[in-house]
Design a protein around this ligand. Structure first.
Ligand code: GLV
Length: 317
């Protein structure tokens, strides 16, 4: 029996080229994301689904008769009801590893931009405000030699920590599980509890998965114990931070700045965050480099095809 795949969003041509002749592809592309209803309708009769983080893969989707695999083109998979998939025998896969370094690069881009007011400086220049060199213009925060606190010490958190060595920084981390001693040694990273990390870090960067346990991990109380000079970076998932509390923290300067790639209700952003000058905002693009998008696409396709061929997927959730 021939198999069919629905590709709900965008995917690189390199991934499409991997599809064997006997597999049919229904490629939606990225320009018109499918509504839940259209997703259900287009998925009928398909065995594979390749989807993006904006596609809500709930029990109703997973109940599609004959569906074997949901291949998410992302490392995070909070858009998928994994428990329901398990119950229904649908394999779920994601794209870890291939985006680790690119995402870590971007977390650093946000960190540096927020610390050194890069975006504010750009706006100032473009607005024609630069009339004369000024001694006291756009002072920012040093990065080198400071303390970075990595909350969530998985692949991406560790890649972020590795880069901190080039800036001669002290590295603190917290996770539910302590890293092996050799990892701590290699990264010169010290395990601390969450309050210590928040109190002592000049830069707090978030790299946990979104789950009920990590929702609002950074809440008002967390923001209030951070340094007034601290910078918060979030390139993980929006709901890990209580966005309304963060907006107040930035407005009232409980902390100095934030660099944010993700938001609680994307693409909606809390209006107060849009209004403050001490936040650098990006539209969820941390893994969006040319090379990494191709790597994510091909891994997602290989995962999907493997399951359809009765083989184990490369990176199951
Ligand atoms: C992107 O947000 C991802 O989870 O890969």
């Amino acid at each position: 029996m021939s198999k069919s795949i629905l590709i709900a969003g965008g995917l690189s041509p390199e991934a499409l080229a991997l599809v064997p002749n006997e597999v049919d592809v229904d490629f939606n592309g990225h320009e018109h994301p499918l509504s839940h209803r259209d997703l259900l309708a287009r998925l009928r009769g398909k065995q594979g689904l390749i989807c993006q983080i904006i596609d809500a893969i709930d029990d109703e989707v997973l109940a599609t008769p004959g569906l074997q695999v949901v291949s998410n083109v992302a490392v995070g998979y909070n858009n998928i009801d994994v428990a329901a998939a398990r119950r229904r025998g649908v394999v779920v896969t994601n794209t870890p590893d291939v985006l680790t370094e690119t995402t870590a690069d971007f977390a650093w881009a946000l960190l540096m931009a927020a610390a050194r007011k890069v975006v504010e400086a750009d706006r100032y220049v473009r607005a024609g405000q630069w009339k004369v060199w000024q001694w006291d213009l756009l002072w920012g925060l040093d990065v080198h030699g400071k303390t970075i606190g990595v909350l969530g010490f998985g692949r991406i958190g560790r890649a972020v920590a590795r880069r901190a060595r080039g800036f001669a920084m002290r590295v603190l981390y917290h996770d539910t599980v302590r890293a092996p001693a050799e990892v701590e040694r290699e990264l010169d990273a010290t395990y601390v509890d969450k309050p210590t990390l928040l109190r002592e870090s000049d830069f707090v960067t978030l790299h946990v998965l979104l789950s009920p346990e990590t929702r609002h991990l950074i809440d008002e109380a967390s923001l209030r114990i951070m340094k007034k000079t601290a910078v918060l970076v979030n390139a993980a998932r929006g709901p890990i931070v209580d966005e309304a509390a963060l907006a107040r923290a930035l407005e009232e300067r409980w902390i100095a700045a934030a660099g944010l790639d993700v938001f609680e209700e994307e693409p909606q952003i809390h209006p107060a965050l849009l209004a403050v000058t001490n936040a650098v905002l990006a539209p969820h693009i941390a893994s969006a480099s040319f090379d990494t998008r191709v790597a994510m696409s091909t891994l997602a396709m290989k995962n999907c095809l493997a399951v359809l061929e009765g083989k184990p997927p490369l990176t199951p959730v």
